[in-house]
Design a protein around this ligand. Structure first.
Ligand SMILES: [Zn+2]
Length: 391
């Protein structure tokens, strides 16, 4: 009888211990940003080889960035001040550039934020929904913009409450990204953030720090997705040589994350402006510069998704015949959240002139490079990708 009890106690202790270990699994935060040269060729076997013969193989590669662009760029806006909706939004719409707007969610309904002693008017939930419908991202800048590193602040509430509010106000949002108030955070905060957000933007406000961390630092190909650094181009920083830094990031094939506050067209009320506003012509100059380069310009959350999916995606061959191939690309992530298409290139062994590519019975745009590689973008959800011979 006693021995049985001991056994049961022992069993439960082991069970508790393994459950505790499982829940304490460290969160993956660091991701490597590969350059095209870093990406090794990958192959999938097409068919079993005859004994002693090499097996037929298909070459493939997942692009470092969507559309095989050389580098990525995200435009992000903090605080949700009204000038961003009135001035930045229409300017970006003219160019079809989509950005990310991080809101102080508790204060949106009240419509203003006391930034120290300065009153700054914020745009409304209706306006946020308009931005979202137009293809921009609505993210969180915490609930009340408190410095989360100060004692006594309820960090859990500031983070969790804010993402919940966005999901409630904009029901078609599936997952949210965050920008840290005053850029301040620590590892414990990052762990907490990972429970509510797919990624978080940090920064420092000084261009020198950005250069030191992202250009001069040889380890800057590893980024922490819960503290992604950003370059803050504001009024007192605009005369620094940010264009040459942008060119370096582009040449290195990295992710150029810009952090904006106020944008002033000279016609709107002073208390509608964000911190250290740029003039509209300075803002246009930045947009022109980015558009002139081959950046993949996309909201912060979209690029975060691409990085995470790319990191774990593998291509599998499900079937091959003389006139078609069936492949599937899978990343093992939650498909409802991680729904950003990945760009891949493959080399079909047969010399077909024309292809048809489809996924879930939907035709997929594709093109063939000079070297004969077939390139297209598909969802990494494990569904069938058909590549058929047309000619
Ligand atoms: Zn802020």
């Amino acid at each position: 009888m006693f021995r049985k009890d001991y056994f049961l106690i022992f069993f439960f202790v082991v069970l508790l211990f393994t459950t505790a270990c499982a829940t304490k699994k460290p969160i993956k935060k660091d991701f490597y940003l590969p350059s095209p040269e870093d990406i090794k060729e990958k192959y999938i076997a097409v068919e079993e080889a005859e004994p002693g013969q090499p097996s037929k193989r298909i070459y493939y590669k997942v692009a470092p960035w969507y559309g095989f662009k050389k580098a990525a760029c995200s435009l992000t806006f903090d605080d949700g001040t009204r000038d961003q909706y009135m001035v930045a939004f229409p300017e970006m719409e003219k160019r079809n550039i989509k950005g990310t707007f991080f809101l102080i969610t508790r204060l949106v309904r009240r419509s203003y934020w006391m930034d120290d002693k300065l009153k700054r008017h914020l745009f409304s939930w209706d306006q946020a929904r308009q931005l979202w419908v137009a293809g921009h991202e609505i993210g969180s800048h915490s609930r009340t913009h408190k410095d989360l590193t100060k004692r006594g602040v309820n960090v859990k509430r500031e983070l969790g409450g804010s993402s919940e509010k966005i999901l409630k106000e904009i029901p078609s949002v599936i997952a949210v990204t965050l920008s840290w108030p005053y850029w301040r955070n620590n590892e414990e905060h990052q762990d907490l953030a990972s429970e509510h957000y797919i990624s978080a933007r940090a920064g420092t406000g000084l261009i020198e720090n950005y250069v030191e961390n992202n250009i001069d630092n040889p380890k800057s190909r590893v980024i922490n997705l819960y503290a992604v650094d950003s370059i803050c181009i504001r009024n007192s920083e605009i005369d620094k040589p940010w264009k040459s830094y942008s060119n370096r990031i582009w040449e290195d094939g990295k992710w150029f994350v810009l952090c904006f506050h106020g944008i002033d067209d000279g016609r709107i009320d002073q208390d509608w402006l964000g911190w250290e506003p740029l003039s509209i012509s300075q803002f246009r100059d930045i947009l022109n510069h980015i558009e002139d380069r081959d950046f993949w310009i996309a909201p912060f959350g979209m690029v975060s998704r691409y990085i995470r999916e790319r990191d774990s995606a593998t291509l599998a061959l499900k079937a091959s015949r003389s006139s078609y191939y069936i492949l599937s690309l899978d990343d093992g992530l939650d498909d409802a959240v991680f729904n950003q298409p990945l760009s891949i290139e493959i080399k079909i062994p047969e010399k077909w002139k024309k292809y048809r590519v489809s996924q879930r019975r939907i035709a997929i745009d594709h093109h063939i490079t000079k070297e004969g590689y077939l390139r297209f973008s598909v969802l990494p959800d494990g569904s069938d990708i058909f590549i058929e011979r047309v000619e």
